[in-house]
Design a protein. Structure first.
Length: 204
């Protein structure tokens, strides 16, 4: 399934809207480059590949934005919180590290979302019977009730799609994305989960 098809028929997304959408999702302010600062494509083939790459980013941003609106209107929960709740509903986690791995997220980021879900009564934290230093994370009855009829998150689809990549392809994708961010001067340090703003993180 193509990324652009996640949320149905593609719609035009203007370049001038690209950065505000990314900022809304990640609560980051990205430095804008003037046209003179942008490197020119060396040939038509490079231009086509660059268009494909940028369109993939626009498609993901659009899908996340539409998914966020649907989730907030239906169940009044953030995209990140529903993603974590669905992952735990599929199988409880025996530690935050395990949950971070299953959500492809840094532990510090997922712990913020878990804390908010615990505060709302949707997730339980109990000390492990096997190792008292660990906590078991599971969905409560109230959490399962709110999951009834909830839409699937785009993050779930993206993570599932990544797991279908051969290891060599996944390493190549990860490496190239890292180089892309570095060349663009974008901070690649662990960020809040998609759909969970830094404002929410500080307030958690």
């Amino acid at each position: 399934m193509k990324v652009g098809a996640i949320c149905g028929r593609p719609r035009a997304v203007h370049d001038s809207f690209r950065y505000p959408v990314a900022n809304q999702i990640n609560n980051d302010i990205l430095p804008l480059m003037s046209e003179s600062e942008l490197p020119e494509a060396t040939n038509d083939a490079s231009a086509r590949e660059m268009e494909v790459a940028m369109n993939a980013v626009r498609s993901i941003v659009r899908a996340l934005r539409m998914n966020t609106r649907e989730i907030e209107s239906k169940i009044g929960m953030s995209l990140a919180q529903l993603f974590v709740l669905q992952v735990l509903a599929d199988r409880p986690a025996r530690s935050l590290n395990e949950l971070a791995e299953r959500t492809a997220t840094h532990q510090s980021s997922v712990s913020v979302v878990v804390r908010r879900l615990v505060d709302k009564g949707y997730v339980s934290r109990t000390k492990s019977n096997v190792d008292q230093r660990r906590v078991d994370l599971d969905v409560t009855p109230n959490g399962r009730a709110i999951l009834s009829g909830a839409p699937m998150t785009v993050q779930s689809r993206l993570v599932a799609a990544l797991r279908q990549f051969p290891p060599a392809d996944l390493r190549s994708l990860s490496s190239n994305l890292g180089r892309w961010l570095e060349n663009a001067g974008i901070d690649a340090s662990p960020a809040p989960m998609i759909g969970e703003s830094e404002a929410s993180e500080s307030a958690a």
